[in-house]
Design a protein around this ligand. Structure first.
Ligand code: PLP
Length: 469
């Protein structure tokens, strides 16, 4: 080999060696420009758009710092003081702080309640709780998905189980009254007496009203043998923490929650249980369902729990409800129909069937205009495939500082969306493909004008959290 070649190889080896020694210290922008650009794009989308998905929020810089820390490096299978790995003295303290804060945040006595803060997500937390409390094939009941329930509360399409809790357990849905949209407790009671579930699951993803836990407890206790009551407060736990709506803890045996919705933390979950169930819940989380805890996420939960115990969080949670109620009232004044005629919580369901629209069309136009909502079934819908409503939530924009006045302005924007949809339909856009084509051909200028107003409006408000620069 020529001397020149040898020198080149030696230089390359030296360069590699230097890179290895320097491993892990270069910024994202240099290491991976492709992912860096995608994050920039997403930051812009979140900053310039109106985020009205009821399950989303803007977590704080403090939470992001904890989540983006060295805690992600550590394995810690087991519980504080009982780990399968060494080096967990700090992680033990962290998990204990998080558990203490979780109990304190919801005013729970540690002699009566325990909490597991390791679940990776809400669906996993629910599956862990079912695994702990039910044997395979045992029966349980949850709110029907198209009536506002969640997939993880058991869902079948025909006879086909769509998620694991319906596959490994037998689930039967209960319903809302098709006329009022409110939970039909009488029907639930009658059905439960025939089905004899071992557990009733309360909680929802798209139900705008508060829950009557005393009534649910009464139904559970009237069964022979009595059923357990599991409350999944994933959506509204922030409002429970701030004491804005009913707390489930007096009546429930087990309470699960995600931490990234109205709680405003990172993506994770917690399971609260009465002390009798503590060992079963803990061993269902690990080793039954999960592996090593996500310690960075546990730190993120702990930080958000501390934030949630400050007076400013109470003001935030109260504002969340005031804002969505202001939107509902403004929509009703414009002649639109809101399911259950309003809301007690952080979300509302806009019934677009009186305008002869579908949720899919409204969602499509909103998306093009950078308004983020989602199509949703509304009570009385005949088909879950073409739902007649959209779900609108206030937690995220309230975190950006929006107040009632801004939510009234959102009602004006929604009105423009509905008018565009009606005009596209009148121009022949009945089926979804025709609707999209006609919208593009004939209404592009209306969409561009709407989008411009949305971006101008949203960009005035700060976006909380740590931005990637
Ligand atoms: C009531 C309810 N439970 C559980 C979940 C699932 O949470 P995750 O997406 O974290 O699994 C959701 C998600 O939206 C939910 O609304």
């Amino acid at each position: 080999m020529a001397g020149k070649e040898l020198k080149k190889i030696a230089n390359m080896a030296q360069h590699e060696e230097e890179e290895n020694q320097n491993y892990g210290n270069a910024p994202l922008k240099e290491v991976d420009p492709e992912i860096y650009e995608l994050i920039q794009e997403e930051q812009k989308r979140q900053r310039e758009g109106l985020e009205l998905i009821a399950s989303e929020n803007f977590t704080s810089r403090a939470v992001m710092e904890a989540v983006g820390s060295c805690l992600t490096n550590k394995y810690s299978e087991g519980l504080p003081g009982r780990r399968y790995y060494g080096g967990n003295e700090v992680i033990d303290k962290l998990e204990n702080v998080c558990r203490d804060r979780a109990l304190k945040c919801f005013d729970l006595d540690e002699k009566e309640w325990a909490v597991n803060v390791q679940p990776y997500s809400g669906s996993t937390a629910n599956f862990c709780a079912f695994t702990a409390l039910l044997a395979p094939n045992d029966r349980f009941m949850g709110l029907y998905l198209p009536d506002g329930g969640h997939l993880s509360h058991g869902y079948y399409r025909g006879d086909k189980p769509i998620n694991a809790s319906a596959r490994y357990f037998q689930s039967l849905p209960y319903h809302v009254d098709p006329n009022t949209g409110l939970i039909d407790f009488e029907d639930l009671e009658r059905t439960a007496k025939r089905f004899c579930p071992k557990m009733i699951v309360a909680g929802s993803s798209a139900y705008p009203r508060d829950w009557n836990y005393a009534r649910l407890r009464e139904i559970c206790d009237s069964l022979e043998p009595p059923a357990l009551l599991l409350v999944d407060m994933a959506h509204f736990s922030g409002l429970v923490a701030a004491k804005i709506i009913n707390s489930p803890f007096q009546h429930a045996d087990v309470v699960t929650t995600t931490t990234h919705k109205s709680m405003r933390s990172t993506r994770a979950a917690m399971i609260f249980c009465r002390k009798d169930w503590e060992n079963k819940i803990n061993s269902a989380v690990f080793p039954m369902v999960q592996g090593g805890p996500h310690n960075h996420a546990i730190a993120g939960i702990a930080v958000a729990l501390r934030e949630a115990m400050q007076p400013s969080f109470q003001q935030y949670a109260a504002q969340v409800v005031k804002n969505i109620q202001a939107l509902c009232d403004a929509m009703k004044k414009k002649g639109y129909k809101m399911a259950t005629d309003g809301t007690d919580t952080h979300l509302c369901l806009w019934d677009v069937r009186p305008q002869k629209l579908t949720g899919s069309k409204v969602e499509w136009v909103c998306d093009l205009a950078q308004i983020t909502i989602n199509k949703n079934t509304v009570h009385g819908d005949k088909s879950a495939l073409s739902p007649g409503g959209v779900r609108i939530g206030s937690p995220a924009l309230t975190s950006r500082g929006f107040k009632e006045k801004e939510f009234e302005k959102i009602a004006d924007l929604m009105d423009r969306v509905a008018k565009i949809c009606i005009a596209v339909q009148a121009a022949g856009g009945k089926s979804m493909p025709d609707f999209k084509d006609i919208l593009k051909e004939k209404f592009d200028s209306d969409i561009q004008a709407l989008r411009k107003d949305v971006v101008q409006f949203a960009s005035k408000f700060p976006m909380p959290g740590r931005q990637v620069e």
